[in-house]
Design a protein around this ligand. Structure first.
Ligand SMILES: Nc1ncnc2c1ncn2[C@@H]1O[C@H](COP(=O)(O)OP(=O)(O)O)[C@@H](O)[C@H]1O
Ligand SMILES: [Mg+2]
Length: 289
């Protein structure tokens, strides 16, 4: 994936090349994340107009791992995710400072191709957001926007990603049906399939299970587990049991002096079983928050 735009002063840059689709069945089995930072966040602060929302957050996101972000409402978790694929660009008055380095690239370099970045770093929201189109078109539309239009390629990707999220057998006979006719859990898996179709490296998930019933939530959680190793996942969740079950690393956010800050970051087991900070202990034991 090329993340820099072709510009007059970077003549060596070529247009973004299209990679072959070789996603295949997701890996299963033991976690295979490596302690190698893929995203480094240094002193990240964010303001909405005059209002501070994040204050000097620093942490590393490790490749192939699942990182859970926990903390009460309003402590900046969604804002943090939004910085990582530059959704904050679209919010008038939003200012970001500090440094975010993704795959050795400065995320705020003016030459960064934001469209390519968003292909690399996909986002899944709390409420499933299928387009008001057929199931097939939901997967095809972003692919077409990224220059993939051959029917055979589109069909291959469609089948592969729907298999990856466990939807193919459920919906292969009604691909032309409206996506919004699917159940909430199926819609969320379709949105994950749509993100996977673009072969991202990182998936940002903002409370992806909280709008789902317990059975659908379990299915989506199992799917997220299966993404480990092949994708780097950052998940915001209010479900502490879920964070504990699925995450390798956890970060605990809290509001201090009206701004969200990171109180503690570490291996998930340490955060839950042996937190270093008393606020973390109070939160994970249900005494605060
Ligand atoms: N677009 C926005 N404009 C102004 N304030 C915002 C905006 N989005 C979030 N905020 C504020 O920033 C703070 C952090 O919000 P958010 O990142 O959504 O927290 P969380 O996801 O942890 O609930 C909150 O006080 C929220 O009201
Ligand atoms: Mg939020």
């Amino acid at each position: 994936m090329r993340l820099f735009k072709k510009t007059a002063d970077t003549p060596a840059d070529k247009p973004i090349t299209q990679t072959a689709y070789t996603l295949g069945p997701l890996q299963s089995g033991p976690p295979c994340c490596v302690p190698e930072p893929l995203i480094r966040v240094e002193k990240l602060s964010l303001h909405y107009g005059a209002k501070p929302a994040l204050n000097e957050v620093s942490l590393d996101i490790y490749k192939g791992c699942i990182t859970a972000l926990i903390g009460p409402s309003g402590c900046g978790k969604t804002s943090f995710l939004s910085v990582l694929n530059r959704l904050t660009d679209m919010i008038p008055g939003c200012r970001v400072s500090g440094r975010v380095v993704y795959d050795n690239l400065d995320l705020h370099n003016p030459k960064l191709d934001v469209q390519a970045l968003r292909r690399d770093i996909g986002m899944i929201f709390q409420k499933p957001t299928p387009f008001p189109l057929s199931i097939r078109r939901n997967i095809e539309l972003p692919l077409r926007e990224h220059g993939i239009s051959k029917a055979a390629d589109l069909n291959d990707v469609l089948q592969r990603v729907l298999q990856d999220v466990g939807l193919w057998d459920e919906i292969k006979d009604r691909l032309e049906a409206p996506a919004q006719a699917l159940s909430g859990g199926q819609q969320q898996r379709l949105c994950i399939a749509r993100a996977l179709a673009l072969q991202p490296k990182v998936l940002l998930m903002d409370e992806p299970c909280s709008a789902l019933d317990p059975i659908s939530s379990g299915v989506v959680e199992d799917l997220i587990q299966r993404l480990r190793g092949q994708y780097t996942v950052i998940i915001v969740t209010h479900n502490l049991a879920q964070a504990r079950r699925i995450a390798n690393y956890a970060g605990f956010f809290w509001v201090r002096e009206r701004a969200g800050c990171l109180i503690e970051f570490g291996q998930c087991k340490q955060i839950f079983d042996n937190p270093a900070h008393e606020l973390t202990a109070a939160y994970v034991h249900g005494r605060r928050g």
